[in-house]
Design a protein around this ligand. Structure first.
Ligand SMILES: Nc1ncnc2c1ncn2[C@@H]1O[C@H](COP(=O)(O)OP(=O)(O)O)[C@@H](O)[C@H]1O
Ligand SMILES: [Mg+2]
Length: 335
């Protein structure tokens, strides 16, 4: 898939912007000119979500009531248009027609991003780490979304129930019991993917220039459903067990990742994880992948920037930054 162009209307600070793309794209301009917002626009059309916020409403220009994104793609020599209109609900059309199966579309068009606000596996919040893992699984396995949605629906039911005044413990337990099926699926798939990630990380980490890391790996700590704490959940009004509390941790040269001081090292590891995500999706699904890398260069020395740009070179990519890049690259200057 190749993204040819995009039109953003009332999308953050872009009131009416049109951009044409190449394979390699470098978006530049002053702070606040809308570089990250342009990447967000691409992410929203291809995933239905922004990588910065869960609330699509905040993407509508503050003085407007809706946003609209329209973009043209080429896939296997066939051109098509995808548009998304959002006011309070999403309306997605492909070639002018309402698209019934949005999930299939997202599944078939993988996008990967890095932004300082969302560092994937190296994000501060466990929720972002889990989302990063879940997105990879979803690109490999369309049915995974069913397990996630099934589990989340029951989780919401539990939360609603907890807030009720009249409690029927048996009913609460029956919701809990229905969760086992989805939990098993989620735990198995997350655990398998972390194992694959670790073999990829071992392979690619050694290539990062002047990177004195002997050992880096991810650990997956599944949170198992626990029937014995249901009473406690009802008292403290919080759902305490299940995959929504799974954790992903790091081990770098025998130490917990959380103690690493250097921003450059952290960023290099983050980009390495992103490259592994890309390779896993590419190797197992053979789909073409679009890369969005916000502020790729900040915190990295020249040698590492060119190393990562070399790794990402065979994919259609969109970088943002403020340097005078002298590569064979399509420069988009925002003002
Ligand atoms: N919903 C919104 N409505 C209007 N302006 C917005 C909205 N959200 C963000 N902005 C503004 O859009 C500008 C562009 O932000 P951003 O894309 O992060 O710029 P850059 O990445 O180039 O520094 C910022 O000035 C920000 O305050
Ligand atoms: Mg920015």
């Amino acid at each position: 898939m190749f993204l040819k162009d995009i039109k953003l209307k009332n999308f953050r600070n872009h009131l009416n912007s049109v951009f044409s793309f190449d394979y390699r794209n470098y978006i530049t301009g002053k702070n606040g000119s809308g570089k990250t917002s342009l990447l967000e626009g691409i992410s929203v059309i291809l995933t239905g979500k922004s990588f910065k916020t869960n609330r699509l409403k905040s993407l509508i220009n503050i003085e407007k009531k809706f946003f609209e994104i329209s973009s043209n793609f080429v896939e296997n020599d066939v051109k098509y248009n995808i548009s998304l209109y959002y006011d309070t609900k999403k309306r997605l059309t492909i070639n002018g027609k309402r698209h019934e199966n949005i999930i299939n579309f997202y599944h078939n068009h993988p996008v990967i991003f890095y932004s300082p606000e969302n560092e994937g596996f190296l994000s501060k919040e466990q929720e972002m780490r889990r989302n990063f893992l879940d997105r990879t699984i979803f690109y490999l396995d369309r049915s995974y979304i069913g397990s996630l949605l099934g589990y989340n629906k029951l989780l919401e039911l539990k939360k609603k129930y907890i807030l009720k005044d009249v409690k029927d413990r048996l009913l609460y337990k029956s919701i809990h019991e229905k969760m086992y099926f989805y939990t098993k699926e989620i735990h198995n798939k997350r655990s398998n993917l972390i194992k694959s990630f670790n073999t990829y990380i071992e392979k690619y980490l050694i290539d990062i220039p002047s990177f004195n890391t002997e050992f880096f790996s991810l650990s997956y700590i599944p949170n198992h459903l626990d029937e014995d704490i249901l009473d406690k959940e009802l008292i403290i009004k919080k759902v305490l067990s299940g995959p929504h509390r799974d954790r992903i941790l790091f081990n770098l040269n025998g130490e917990s990742f959380e103690n690493i001081a250097s921003f450059g090292q952290r960023k290099s590891l983050s980009l390495c994880c992103i490259y592994c995500f890309l390779k896993v999706v590419e190797d197992f699904s053979k789909k073409s992948i679009i890369l969005l890398l916000d502020e790729l260069e900040s915190g990295l020395d020249v040698e590492r920037v060119s190393f990562f740009m070399g790794l990402f070179d065979k994919y259609q990519y969109f970088l943002t930054g403020q340097s005078k890049i002298d590569k064979d690259i399509n420069i988009i200057k925002l003002s």
